[in-house]
Design a binder for this molecule. Structure first.
Ligand code: 5GP
Length: 188
């Protein structure tokens, strides 16, 4: 087994509660740093540029891709998302624990570029529960909900590719599992 580089990837279908889990984890673990992604999607109410995402126009995103400024990127539900490379490399160099919260295609790209990164899949208790959560969030148009649910079917089938699966039924239980996995991944 190789020494971990301190990079953990968290993936899971839209609506599974990754965002809430990750923000709770960051509150409790000040030594963990979450990468801020770039996206072409519009900000949701309350989201701030540079905090939740770097909200970019399509041509700005394309420029980042062209300049090889992204560690990985993918299209998801009609928008582009990507991980700015420079800051991640800097944090890893400084031995910070780095989290990427990204979708499946991005996770697959990271698996190639950083095979030693630890990859965790967050799964819902059931598909029905996932749909209820996405709808309950009330942040998406019906078109976006449909795209996300369709993509969720593909993502759920891919969970066996991951190093670990955490079922987010009870957030407190899931949070503890996640913390244990992130603490343990140093020995991967
Ligand atoms: P949302 O629009 O709900 O914020 O995010 C949609 C999906 O994009 C989620 O599954 C989220 O994990 C993923 N995502 C967020 N940032 C990135 C990124 O930098 N790269 C990739 N590949 N996916 C991302």
């Amino acid at each position: 087994m190789t020494q971990s580089i301190g990079l953990t990837v968290i993936t899971g279908p839209s609506g599974v509660g990754k965002g809430t889990l990750v923000s709770r984890l960051l509150e409790r673990n000040k030594n963990v740093w979450l990468s801020v992604s770039a996206t072409t999607r519009s900000p949701r109410e309350g989201e701030k540029d540079g905090v939740n995402y770097f909200f970019l126009a399509k041509n700005q995103f394309q420029a980042l891709v062209n300049n090889k400024g992204l560690l990985e990127w993918a299209e998801f539900a009609g928008n582009f998302y990507g991980t700015p490379k420079q800051e991640v490399l800097k944090k890893l160099k400084n031995r910070k624990k780095v989290l990427l919260e990204i979708e499946l295609e991005g996770a697959r790209q990271v698996r190639k570029s950083f095979p030693e990164a630890f990859q965790i899949f967050i799964a819902p208790p059931s598909y029905e529960e996932l749909e209820a959560r996405i709808r309950g969030r009330d942040t998406e148009s019906e078109d976006s909900i449909q795209k996300r649910l369709k993509r969720a079917e593909v993502e759920l089938k891919a969970q066996k590719e991951f190093d670990a699966v955490v079922i987010n039924k009870d957030i407190e239980v899931a949070l503890i599992s996640l913390e244990k996995l992130i603490g343990l991944n140093l020995s991967k």
